[in-house]
Design a protein around this ligand. Structure first.
Ligand code: ADP
Length: 574
C-alpha cells in the first residue's frame, strides 16, 4: 500500500471515528434532554396543575372552591393529557366539577380525582426516569465502545505511522552516508509497493551506476598509470620520482641500471636511506633536501657517470611537481622528479671541438710569431728602408697578425678553461706593473683612434694577490674593449681604488655603452651584442670573468647606455 494511501486511510478512519463519537454523543445527549423535557412538560406540569387545583379547592372557607382558579388549571390540565388513563381521569374530574356546582358534597370526589391524576403522572415520571436511565446507560455503552475502538485505532496509528515513514528515511540517510564514504556496494530494500519501494529501486540503480563508474575510472586510472609507467620505462634517459615525504615512487629501468639498484629495494623507501649505500643516488639527490627556485631546474654542469660500460655524461634537472588541490587555491608541492639527460654525444663532440680549437690555435701561434718577427726585421732599416706604401702594408700586416694573436690567445685560454687544465699561479704582484702592461699593449690601438688613456692610482701603489699573467690579460682585454667601443678623440680611464682589503681595477670609457637588456649576457661564452660592428669572438669577457673568479675576485659591469661603461674587477690586497 502506498504511503500516501496509508496516511489517507489511517487519518481518514481516525477522522471518521471522531465524527461518529461526536454524533453518538450529540444523539444521546439530545435524546436524554428530550426525555427529561417530556417528563417536565407532560407529567411535572400536570402535577403542578393538580397542586394548583387542590389549592383552589382549599381556598374557600370550609370547602368553598375558588372556582375561577380551579377552572383555569382544569382547562390547562385538559390540554396536557399525556398518559393513557389520564384522559379518563381528567374527564371524570371535569364532570365531577360540573356536578359539584349543584352538589357541593362532591368535593371529596374532586380531591380523589385530582390525587388519582397526580398519582398517574408520578408513576409516569418514575417510568420515564427509568427509560432515561436506560438511555443514559446505552449512551455510556455506545460512546464507551466507540471511544475504545477510536483509542485503540489511534494507538495503532500512533505506533505504526511515524515508524512507517521515519524508518525508511533513516535507512536511506544511512545508505547515502555509506555511498558518500565510498561504499558503492550499499543497497536498500524497502517494501516494493509504496513510494519508498520506488525510492529504493532508484537508489539501488544509482549505487550500481556509481559502482560501475568507479570500477570504470579505476580501470582507466590503472590503464593511464601503466601507460605512464611504460612511457617512463621506455625513456632512454634516467628518471627518478620522489614524493613529498621523500620516498622514491618510481625509478625507470635506465635509472636503476646506472645506479645499480633493484626496484624492490628502492620503491617506497626513503631516498636518504637508499642513497646512504649508493654514491650516485646520493649525488643525484643531495640537491633535493629543500627544493628551492635556486636548485630547481637544470644544473649547469654535466655529471660524469659510468653507464653502459663506458663513461657517460648526464645533465641533471630537478623538476618540482606542484598542484593546486581540488577546492583549494594555494599550490602544494607533491613531489620532485629528477631527470638525467644523456649528453655524452654532445660532450664528445664538444671535446672534439675543444681539442681541435686547442690544436689549431697552438699550431697558429708559431707561424704568427714568425710573421711578427719577420715584420720586425722588415722594419729594421739595416735591411733597407721601406717606402711609404711598403710601410703602410707592413703596418696593416702587423695589425692583422696582432688581431690573429689576440684571437688565438682567447681561443687557447677558452680551451684550457673548458678542459680544466688552466692553473692559477696566485702570488703578490705589483698593481702598477699589471696596469702598465695593459696600457703598453693597447698603446698603438689607442693612438690610432687618438684616445688618451688616463691612469688614477691611489696614494700608495698596492700589491695584490693575483696571477700576474692572467690578470694582465684581463685588464688588457678590458682596455682593448674600452678603446674599441669608444669614439675617436675620447678618454679612457683606468682607476685603482682600495676598500675592505680589496683592490678594485676599473676601466671607464665614454663610449656607446651597453643596453640594460644585454648586461647579464655579455659574460656568456661567444655572446656578442646583436648589431656589433667591431670584430671579435665574444670570448674575451667570459674568459676574463672566469680568470678573476678563479682568483677569488669579482668582475662586474655598470653601463649608462649611450654614455659609456665601467668594467671593474676586484682582487685581494696583500
Ligand atoms: P668581443 O670579442 O666581441 O669584444 P667580449 O666578450 O670582449 O667579446 O665582449 C662581448 C660584447 O660586449 C661585445 O661584443 C660588445 O658588444 C660588448 N662590450 C664589451 N666591452 C664593451 C664596452 N667597453 N663598451 C661597449 N660594449 C662592450
Amino acid at each position: 500500500m502506498k504511503t500516501k494511501s496509508k496516511l489517507f486511510v489511517g487519518l481518514g478512519l481516525l477522522f471518521g471515528m471522531i465524527t461518529l463519537l461526536t454524533f453518538l454523543s450529540t444523539f444521546f445527549i439530545n435524546k436524554l434532554s428530550e426525555e427529561s423535557k417530556n417528563i417536565l412538560i407532560a407529567n411535572y406540569n400536570s402535577i403542578d396543575y393538580c397542586r394548583e387545583m387542590i389549592n383552589a379547592l382549599n381556598d374557600g372557607n370550609n370547602a368553598i372552591v375558588n372556582e375561577e382558579n380551579f377552572n383555569t388549571y382544569l382547562s390547562l390540565q385538559l390540554k396536557n393529557i399525556t398518559e393513557p388513563v389520564e384522559a379518563t381521569l381528567t374527564q371524570q374530574l371535569s364532570q365531577n366539577f360540573q356536578s359539584y356546582k349543584t352538589d357541593t358534597s362532591a368535593i371529596a370526589t374532586l380531591h380523589r380525582n385530582i390525587t388519582d391524576i397526580m398519582l398517574v403522572n408520578m408513576q409516569a415520571i418514575v417510568a420515564k426516569d427509568s427509560i432515561a436511565q436506560k438511555t443514559a446507560l446505552k449512551a455510556v455503552l455506545w460512546i464507551g465502545f466507540t471511544g475504545t475502538i477510536c483509542f485503540l485505532f489511534a494507538l495503532l496509528v500512533l505506533f505504526n505511522l511515524p515508524g512507517n515513514i521515519a524508518n525508511p528515511i533513516k535507512e536511506l540517510t544511512q545508505s547515502i552516508k555509506q555511498i558518500a564514504s565510498g561504499n558503492y556496494k550499499q543497497r536498500i530494500h524497502f517494501d516494493k509497493q509504496n513510494e519508498f519501494g520506488d525510492l529504493s529501486i532508484a537508489f539501488n540503480s544509482m549505487a550500481e551506476k556509481l559502482e560501475e563508474y568507479r570500477a570504470g575510472s579505476l580501470e582507466k586510472l590503472m590503464m593511464e598509470k601503466k601507460r605512464i609507467d611504460t612511457l617512463i620505462n621506455n625513456m632512454h634517459d634516467p628518471v627518478i620520482g620522489i614524493d613529498e615525504t621523500e620516498k622514491i615512487i618510481f625509478m625507470n629501468d635506465i635509472a636503476l641500471k646506472i645506479t645499480g639498484l633493484r626496484a624492490e629495494n628502492v620503491l617506497g623507501k626513503l631516498v636518504q636511506k637508499v642513497s646512504a649505500n649508493n654514491d650516485l643516488l646520493r649525488r643525484l639527490t643531495e640537491e633535493l633536501v629543500v627544493v628551492t627556485p635556486a636548485n630547481a631546474g637544470p644544473l649547469n654542469t654535466a655529471m660524469k657517470i659510468y653507464a653502459d660500460d663506458k663513461e657517460s655524461y648526464f645533465e641533471q634537472e630537478i623538476v618540482p611537481i606542484k598542484i593546486i588541490p581540488t577546492g583549494e587555491e594555494v599550490e602544494k608541492l607533491i613531489g620532485t622528479v629528477i631527470l638525467l639527460r644523456n649528453v655524452t654525444t654532445y660532450k664528445e663532440l664538444d671535446f672534439a671541438k675543444t681539442n681541435f680549437i686547442a690544436t689549431v690555435s697552438h699550431e697558429l701561434k708559431t707561424p704568427i710569431a714568425s710573421i711578427k718577427m719577420s715584420l720586425q726585421l722588415l722594419e729594421n732599416e739595416k735591411l733597407g728602408v721601406l717606402n711609404a706604401e711598403q710601410q703602410s702594408l707592413v703596418e696593416s700586416v702587423k695589425e692583422d697578425s696582432n688581431r690573429l694573436l689576440k684571437i688565438t690567445s682567447e681561443l687557447l685560454n677558452m680551451t684550457q678553461l673548458e678542459t680544466g687544465t688552466i692553473q692559477m699561479n696566485v702570488m703578490p704582484c705589483d698593481a702598477k706593473e699589471i696596469v702598465e702592461y695593459a696600457v703598453s699593449t693597447n698603446r698603438a690601438a689607442a693612438d690610432q683612434k687618438n684616445i688618451s688613456v688616463k691612469i688614477k692610482y691611489p696614494e700608495e701603489i698596492p700589491t695584490v694577490l693575483a696571477d700576474n699573467e692572467k690578470t694582465s690579460w684581463v685588464l688588457t682585454n678590458l682596455l682593448s674593449n674600452a678603446i674599441r667601443y669608444s669614439y675617436e678623440n675620447s678618454t679612457v680611464v683606468i682607476e685603482l681604488t682600495t676598500a675592505d682589503g680589496m683592490e678594485r681595477f676599473a676601466v671607464i670609457d665614454g663610449g656607446q655603452g651597453i643596453s640594460p637588456q644585454y648586461l647579464d649576457k655579455i659574460f656568456d661564452r661567444y655572446y656578442r651584442i646583436p648589431g656589433s660592428k667591431k670584430e671579435g669572438t665574444g670570448l674575451g669577457l667570459s674568459i676574463s670573468k672566469e680568470f678573476i673568479e678563479g682568483q677569488g675576485g669579482f668582475l662586474t659591469v655598470e653601463s649608462d647606455f649611450g654614455k659609456g661603461s665601467t668594467f671593474s674587477f676586484t682582487l685581494k690586497q696583500l
